[in-house]
Design a protein around this ligand. Structure first.
Ligand code: SF4
Length: 301
């Protein structure tokens, strides 16, 4: 197995991190026009995701609700941080309309953190799921939520009452680095507790899912330990992908994780019993989320 390459020794992106430009004959431009025309945000754009040409090209995207401004400031995240505007009550309807026009059969909804609103945005998640169920009833729905700091139990009950198919909450990094990367408000054990509780409270079959970013200074053994913690919390699906520094202000990349190491991490995850493990340089939490859900659902049967 080939090992990691420290970025200090190899500052340029290795060949396995190269991505395609949008193709004129794909659905990229149609998706872009639809999303912008509807006044919606996507994490694909807000986080400068490297897969945007591929995902939008195949007609998929990950919607970001509750605005474009986050009340947290994680050191690796490009999403704008500051004081957000009011929550837009019509956003769920526009989102559901866009999902219908895109003919999505699996809709992924995430959001910024909204520590400024009393329910942390849980009610808006619930309204979005209801709007999607009404407009695209055959679609499966995945929510990738923030930690709902301080109102976790009530927020989970509110969201899960609408019966999403997948509940995703990213642990993001290993225990040792969690506070340094995510700040004092976020908690490694809190993320695990949220995932475990989601599984316990779900009134209908629910897949739980989480994601890990590598290249922030962790070791592969720590990544395996994090996967072990996620499995103990009952998590069904895990994603592991390479960190890319989105701007000079963000934390520097520590290492390029080699594709062989991603394969090894994937094998470790499978051995731990996840229903689906997506590990690869360009894997993101929502990357080919439809396929991740299908793989985990068939493993469950
Ligand atoms: S991986 Fe997720 S965030 Fe990135 S472009 Fe695809 S859907 Fe969007």
């Amino acid at each position: 197995m080939q090992g990691s390459q420290p970025v200090a020794e190899r500052p340029r992106r290795p060949e396995w991190m190269r991505v395609r430009a949008p193709r004129a004959d794909s659905r990229y431009f149609e998706v872009r026009q639809l999303i912008h025309g509807a006044g919606l945000h996507t994490i694909c754009e807000e986080a400068r995701c490297p897969n945007i040409a591929e995902c939008w090209g195949r007609g998929t995207a990950t919607f970001q609700i509750l605005g474009d401004t986050c009340t947290r400031a994680c050191r690796y995240c490009y999403v704008h941080s500051g004081t957000p505007g009011p929550v837009d009550p019509l956003e769920p309807l526009r989102l559901a309309q866009a999902a219908a026009q895109m003919e999505l059969d699996h809709v992924v909804v995430t959001s910024v953190d909204r520590d400024d609103v009393p329910d942390r945005g849980a009610g808006h998640y619930a309204a979005t799921i209801r709007a999607l169920r009404a407009r695209v009833p055959s679609a499966t729905i995945e929510v990738l939520t923030p930690d709902f700091l301080g109102v976790e139990e009530q927020a989970l009950r509110t969201v899960l009452a609408e019966r999403p198919d997948v509940f995703n909450h990213n642990i993001e990094t290993v225990r040792r680095l969690h506070r340094r990367m995510r700040g004092a408000k976020a908690s490694y054990d809190g993320a695990l507790a949220l995932l475990r509780r989601a599984g316990e409270l779900a009134p209908a079959p629910l897949l739980t899912k989480s994601g890990i970013i590598v290249g922030l200074g962790e070791t592969n053994d720590e990544v395996v330990e994090t996967m072990r913690d996620l499995r103990r919390a009952g998590v069904d699906v895990v994603t592991i992908g390479q960190y890319l520094q989105p701007s000079a202000k963000h934390v520097r990349i520590d290492r390029w994780v080699h594709p062989d190491e991603f394969r090894w991490l994937g094998e470790q995850g499978e051995a731990l019993g996840f229903g689906s493990v997506f590990a690869g340089p360009l894997v993101r939490s929502s990357y080919r989320a439809d396929e991740q859900r299908a793989a985990a659902a068939s493993a469950a049967h």
